[in-house]
Design a protein around this ligand. Structure first.
Ligand code: ATP
Length: 983
């Protein structure tokens, strides 16, 4: 071994720990690692080793300390601006105290309040960021990879983190290798090692020791952490884990899980920037206006106007937005996970809402993947099997409804068919005995395969095969659509026999003979036609079909099979590569019809998706007629368009014809994974946002290329899960549609709080801007008054912005579905989140808000446009404070009414008015905070407020309610226009 660290090398105590496992024999490696390759480690020993060597993971960056995270909240240009404002106001206070001690305030209240608010804002930001992080890390636990290992003699699934040196990995196609390991068995095993060596062609693996330690890419008897199995199966003893693996050595890479900004977040950055610039312009205009109309008599005037400008800027930019956005996305993703849709990237939530086509596999996603063989068709006739599920209990009945008689040709043919199918098989049927003595039957492996074993057990079809043992396998792949196993007859002649099962139309092509009435004879065209018409009949009745064939090889060793090539050492290197030599001249024995019922909920989901402008496309390896029948049963196509295009037909098309096909056709059958990629490309070319499901390793490219790659949680391979943006924990199509709906709701909620926050900010800016411009007209300052009179103080604006806005915005982020989100077409990704119509809405509400605030202030002051309805006693200073308090309060309530209005762009706020309890809690909290700020004398000085009378409170609420009234009228007009357009 090259690495001395304990978790890397064969643990000390072995015979020769310095030997690299690639040059050591299998037995030596097993001995050194103290493991029996046949049974693996015991669970206790594995636990001990885990304790000793630590978890099998690459080290990640140390987490950012809490204090640093908190300080990072201040890393924002707007906060710098505010800090500058604080410094300016502090300096101003010192200057005033030095020059005019009688007039100066007892403490720099402005400054203190701004600092307190900044701190509160940082705490809020910190808490929200933590919540978002917790949600994301909970998700990453859900998507944590798993590996199959041999422990206590059984194959079990463990978290990849828990794999230890000495574990026996059980490797299959599509797996990502958990650790560095020495192969002890390999069948047609090929690994993609590009992530480690850069070599893009998969490397064939074997088990023999190498004569010297080679470069990584040439260590053919080793598998390495992080590489993936592109084909075949194998077993390997783990030699090193975690940072001690080859991947660990080259990777100081660590945790690159840094979340990319989503397109939405990027657009928000743009909006913030744009608002910032707009407000800087406004601020300059305001300062100039003040300088021209009122003149800066004292330095204090200049400082006041500077402070005003800064607070204007701060008022306009929704600081909390970025944090709220992340939290809302993260919480949404957590909600989706509860409903079985595990979204791996926050940005996928947005994309999901825009999906316009969902391409789905059939088996297991649209159907239940609970396979039952119902019929066996042979040359002489057919038999039906009773019983459902995986319990091997049932009987064989003839077509006339009578029990099949023993010894009849049809019986022996059916038994041979099922026997061949059960031998050419990697599935396993396991019996679990419950405490009450009843048996539970468990399907291990592919349900299609297990269904054949169940049927074989029902008919005792395995008995004739008892002395046979497997010597080689040519595995099933979605491209080949068949599987062949070579068996040796140990009990008698020692002769080899090849048994095969596969898609009957495909397998039939390799058959030259047929088993008919106990005889083997050459297959005729009439036989082929008969089989084909049976396939058609079964498939159009939604049966999945599987044909069986066999071939006595009439030799005792693979090396003697004509056509098989041997390597220099006279060995058969890889049978899978030489499938043509084995898979020919087969004897057709029969086929089975397997029923796989559609999932009941899917029909509804397909209809829902259709209503939402989302097309469902079925892409399956199954027979075109089976596919078309199930597609029409599920409402994916109507009966007239019940047509499936096959992979062969697709191959013959040029791009133009291909695009035309993908536009019109929604069912694809007998396709291979590479067709999926072409279909995704074509649909995307036509402007679609495509969701594509996948499970096998070869599906990974299409899943990756799709806008939303969807991997199966149960049947999916690790490789596909890694490429996917979303994992379906239940493999169910309906979950995708539910996720699309959830994506749309989240997106709607984001728009709601954007509309709310931005219209509130615009309202504040307009209030200050017009308040300053129209000071004289509105009577906010008395004629002849000198100095700068600002309508609202900086601290008041900050208070509204940072505290009373945040809670309702967050509550809106978790709002339910107010508008029927599945009644509209998918959003185009090029559409802006805040479009023209929304800006118009925002500006309209902003103007109304500013108008009612300024009217309220005017009413509290002598002069101006509105008659004075108060006993306007007190000094002018006090009147200004009263007016500001009223303006401040009106603005706060206007925001709260606006929160109710913002829940939908078009629907009335009274629709489902009380459905969001969080929003009402937020409104109650904001109201309480406002009462405190206005009516608690201690805070009056800090906030420049004074207590209001009951009547004044009512007036404030009444004026603020105008925002809701105006918004209702605005929506009424929008709805009327929309209705007029429709007719
Ligand atoms: P999906 O709809 O998910 O693409 P599928 O199971 O219909 O799934 P494939 O798995 O590619 O598609 O199978 C294609 C055909 O190959 C099936 O119709 C069946 O006839 C045959 N087949 C499926 N599984 C096996 C298997 N394990 N061994 C042999 N033949 C199989």
């Amino acid at each position: 071994m090259t690495d001395a660290s304990p978790s890397t090398s064969i643990p000390s105590g072995g015979p020769n720990p310095d030997v690299d496992p690639s040059v050591a024999g299998v037995d030596d490696v097993a001995k050194a690692l103290n493991v029996d390759p046949d049974t693996g480690l015991s669970s206790d020993e594995a636990a001990r080793r885990l304790e000793k060597f630590g978890p099998n993971r690459l080290k990640s960056k140390p987490p950012v300390p809490k204090w640093k995270k908190f300080l990072l909240q201040f890393k924002d240009p707007l906060v710098y601006l505010l800090l500058a404002a604080t410094a300016i106001s502090l300096v101003a206070w010192f200057v005033e105290r030095a020059t005019n001690p009688a007039e100066a305030e007892a403490a720099p209240f402005d400054c203190i309040v701004i600092v307190v608010i900044l701190l509160l804002n940082a705490i809020l930001g910190y808490v929200q960021e933590n919540r978002a992080e917790a949600a994301v890390s909970a998700l990453s636990k859900l998507t944590a990879p798993h590996s199959m290992v041999l422990r206590d003699g059984k194959v079990v699934e463990v978290a990849t983190d828990d794999v230890v040196p000495g574990d026996v990995l059980v490797i299959g196609e599509g797996d990502t290798i958990a650790a560095d390991a020495r192969l002890i068995a390999a069948a047609s095993l090929r690994l993609g090692e590009a992530s480690l060596t850069g070599e893009s062609v998969p490397v064939a693996k074997q088990t023999a020791p190498l004569d010297s330690v080679k470069a990584l890419g040439d260590r053919t008897n080793m598998v390495f952490n992080g590489t993936s199995v592109t084909q075949g199966t194998g077993r390997a003893i783990v030699t090193s884990t975690g940072m001690a693996t080859q991947m660990g050595k080259i990777a100081d890479m660590l945790d690159d899980t840094k979340q990319e900004k989503t397109p939405l977040e990027k657009e928000m950055d743009g909006v913030s920037k744009m608002l910032g610039i707009a407000v800087c312009v406004i601020a300059v205009v305001v300062i100039l206006t003040l300088a021209i109309t009122e003149g800066f008599g004292t330095p204090q005037d200049a400082i006041d106007s500077l402070l005003l400008a800064v607070s204007l800027a701060v008022a306009a930019v929704p600081e909390g937005l970025a944090a709220i956005l992340t939290v809302v996305l993260a919480l949404g993703v957590q909600r989706m996970a509860k409903h079985n849709a595990i979204v791996k990237r926050l940005s996928s939530v947005e994309t999901l809402g825009s999906a316009s086509v969902i391409c789905s596999d059939k088996t297991g996603t649209l159907t239940r993947n609970q396979m039952t063989v119902e019929t066996v068709v042979t040359a002489t006739g057919h038999v039906n099997l009773t019983g459902t599920g995986y319990a091997p209990v049932g009987q064989a009945w003839g077509p006339d409804g009578s029990e099949v008689r023993h010894g009849t040709p049809v019986e022996s043919e059916a038994i041979l068919t099922l026997g061949v199918g059960a031998m050419a098989n990697n599935g396993e049927l396991r019996e679990q005995r419950g405490a009450d003595g009843t048996s539970q039957w468990e399907c291990i492996g592919d349900p299609t395969e297990v269904s054949v074993i169940v049927a074989a057990r029902k008919t005792n079809a395995l008995r004739p095969w008892q002395g046979f043992e497997r010597v080689a396998e040519i595995p099933f792949t979605s491209e080949r659509k068949k599987q062949t196993v070579v068996l040796v007859d140990k009990s008698a002649s020692g002769m080899l026999t090849a048994v095969a099962k596969g898609a009957p139309d495909v397998l039939l092509e390799q058959c030259t003979r047929i088993y008919d009435g106990g005889q083997i004879r050459p297959i005729t065209d009439a036989d082929r036609d008969r089989v084909q018409s049976k396939i058609t009949q079964l498939s159009s009745n939604a049966y999945r079909t599987l044909g069986m064939a066999y071939r006595p090889l009439e030799v005792t060793s693979l090396a003697q099979v004509p056509g098989i090539e041997l390597d220099a050492a006279g060995q058969v290197q890889d049978v899978a590569d030489q499938s043509d030599a084995i898979e020919r001249d087969f004897i057709w024995v029969g086929m089975v019809g397997i029923i796989d019922p559609p999932r009941t909920e899917v029909r509804d989901s397909v209809a829902q998706a259709h209503r939402a402008g989302v097309r469902t496309v079925m892409i399956t390896g199954d027979h075109p007629l089976t596919a078309a029948r199930i597609a029409s049963d599920l409402g994916i196509v109507d009966d007239e368009h019940r047509r499936a295009v096959t992979g062969d037909e697709l191959d013959a098309m040029d791009d133009a014809e291909f695009d035309k096909t993908t536009r019109d056709v929604s069912v694809y059958a007998r396709v291979a994974p590479e067709h999926k990629l072409r279909i995704v490309d074509s649909l995307q070319r036509q402007g679609n946002i495509v969701a594509m499901t996948g499970d096998g390793v070869n599906d990974a490219p299409a899943v990756k290329a799709a806008d939303i790659g969807v991997a199966m949680g149960i049947t999916g391979t690790e490789v596909t899960k890694e490429s996917a943006a979303m994992i379906l924990a239940d493999d169910n199509f309906s979950t995708i549609v539910a996720a699309v709906r959830e994506g749309r709701v989240i997106f709607d909620n984001i728009r709601k709080f954007l509309r709310y926050l931005l219209s509130s900010n615009v309202g504040e800016v307009f209030t200050v801007f017009f308040g300053v411009l129209l000071t004289g007209v509105l009577g906010i300052s008395a004629a002849g008054d000198s100095g700068v009179t600002v309508p609202l103080l900086a601290v008041q604006l900050l208070w509204i912005n940072l505290l009373t806005d945040a809670a309702p915005a967050l509550a809106m982020g978790v709002d339910g579905e107010v508008d029927d989100v599945m009644a509209r077409k998918p959003r185009r990704t090029t559409d802006r989140v805040i479009n023209g119509a929304m800006w118009a809405d925002i500006v309209f509400i902003g103007i109304i808000m500013a108008a009612v605030t300024l009217i309220g202030m005017d009413m509290a002051l002598p002069g101006g446009l509105f008659s004075d309805r108060h006993d306007l006693g007190g000094s002018h200073e006090e009147q200004i404070v009263l007016a500001r308090t009223m303006g401040f309060t009106i603005l706060v309530f206007a925001q709260l009414f606006n929160a109710l209005a913002s829940r939908s762009a078009t629907a009335s706020a009274f629709k489902g008015l009380f459905s969001n309890v969080w929003l009402w809690a937020a409104i109650a909290l904001s109201t309480a905070l406002q009462v405190v700020v206005v009516n608690v004398p201690a805070l009056n000085v800090a906030f420049g407020t004074m207590p209001l009378t009951g009547r004044q409170w009512l007036e404030c609420v009444g004026l603020a309610a105008c925002v809701l009234v105006a918004s209702e009228l605005y929506k009424l007009v929008l709805r009327a226009v929309a209705a007029a357009k429709r007719t």
